[in-house]
Design a protein around this ligand. Structure first.
Ligand SMILES: [Fe+2]
Length: 406
């Protein structure tokens, strides 16, 4: 009994530490911004950052204070303002959301109550599936991490954004050479989360699929290759590219304009651009099952993840984090579009609520895999399924192609 109590106490300390680490990153991302910038609408595709901040706190209050702790909310009227499904992004700035000091006080107030509930809660209560293996805390930490990535989408549009901290590691990573494509054996592959540790409902249940042999690009598609495709076909260039007047391209993010680097993975392309590129190259996009089979063994500790690189590493970098197939950068750098619609796996059960995954299933959303430089390391895993509308390109999306084994 004493041992069990000690183990739980340690776990609670770790949960509190990780909640606080997630919050520190959120606040670092917005620290360089004025209140006016936090409340400005930069794009109809993205919420003002003040909405994201209020939503992060409100979602935490809903799950970690109200549901886990059975407490009344601090500000019951806020729930409807911060419901992501009820409030499309384009309307969010018109809402009477919290701003300025009131917003910061709410975030702090909720967090204090969360920690209070955490002290009291019995994490080992077998009658509460939400608490099993710390699920609900893992989900809330991941939620805050994932909103950081959404906020970084907007920060690409903020002029003169100067990060609090920047890690130049990826720029220093040597890019390894190798074949253009690697071969994946045909056969049976286990797809989906294997049951240990945290995963979302849509990653379960693990199931077997049978794949024909195929070839997959060893690295993500580069800016150089994409520029050739644009020159050859007149296709739309990636978001943030502008002609440089001399037949090349520049790219402007966070107010800084640079020549497009042909060695870096292409980023900010939508699904139809990705599909058109693949067709032009005589290839196609992978299914998400093919992607996951090719990614087996990729090491997230050796990948360009965790946000503060503020950009991609050269295609071919992080060769020591390669998947067993030899494909590199399956994790990190860019989310990779697949040809798959977002659909439930066999035996899917919504948990903890249908609005996480189930309401998005169907042909409207395409699956992206692998995480980007803007994804926290803790969130990235080879079974993680991201989904988005195919027309989206403000997300950190790129691609790699496959072809049949002939
Ligand atoms: Fe959210």
């Amino acid at each position: 009994m004493a041992i069990a109590a000690a183990a739980s106490a340690l776990e609670k300390g770790e949960i509190a530490r990780r909640l606080s680490e997630a919050r520190a990153r959120t606040l670092d991302l917005v620290a360089p911004l004025t209140d006016e910038q936090l409340n400005r609408v930069y794009s109809p595709l993205l919420s003002p950052l003040a909405w994201d901040l209020g939503h992060i706190a409100n979602f935490e209050e809903l799950w970690l204070v109200q549901r886990v702790g059975d407490r009344e909310p601090l500000r019951g009227e806020l729930g409807r303002l911060y419901d992501a499904i009820e409030n499309p992004r384009v309307t969010r700035n018109e809402l009477p959301i919290l701003r300025g000091d009131e917003l910061r006080a709410y975030m702090d107030g909720v967090r204090a109550r969360t920690l209070h509930v955490l002290e009291d809660v019995d994490l080992d209560d077998p009658s509460r599936p939400l608490l099993r293996d710390g699920f609900i805390y893992e989900m809330l930490i991941a939620h805050e991490h994932q909103h950081g990535e959404t906020m970084l989408q907007l920060l690409q549009m903020v002029e003169d954004y100067e990060p609090v901290a920047r890690n130049d590691g990826p720029e220093l990573e040597p890019a390894a050479g190798g074949p253009e494509m690697v071969r994946i054996e045909g056969g049976s592959y286990e797809i989906g989360h294997n049951g240990g540790g945290f995963a979302y409902d849509n990653e379960r249940g693990r199931h077997t699929v049978s794949l024909e042999p195929f070839w997959i690009d060893r690295t993500p598609v580069t800016n150089g290759a994409f520029a050739e495709f644009v020159a050859d076909t007149g296709a739309e260039p990636p978001r943030y590219w502008e002609p440089d007047g001399a037949g090349g391209w520049t790219r402007t993010v966070m107010g800084s304009t640079e020549k497009v680097d042909p060695q870096l993975p292409v980023i900010h392309v939508d699904h139809s651009q990705a599909e058109a590129f693949a067709g032009w190259a005589g290839k196609r996009l992978p299914t998400e099952q093919e992607w996951e089979a090719a990614a087996t063994g990729a090491d997230r500790e050796r990948a360009n993840l965790d946000q503060i690189s503020f950009g991609c590493a050269a295609a071919g970098a992080y060769a020591d984090g390669a998947a067993a197939s030899g494909a590199v950068q399956m994790l990190g750098d860019v989310w990779e579009w697949t040809s798959s619609d977002f659909a439930p796996y066999p035996g899917f059960e919504p948990f903890p609520y249908p609005e996480y995954s189930e309401v998005f299933f169907g042909p409207r959303h395409k699956v992206l895999r692998g995480g980007s430089w803007a994804t926290r390391r803790n969130v990235a895993r080879i079974t993680f399924r991201n989904w988005d509308l195919p027309e989206r390109s403000q997300i950190f999306s790129g691609l790699r192609c496959v072809k049949e084994d002939t």
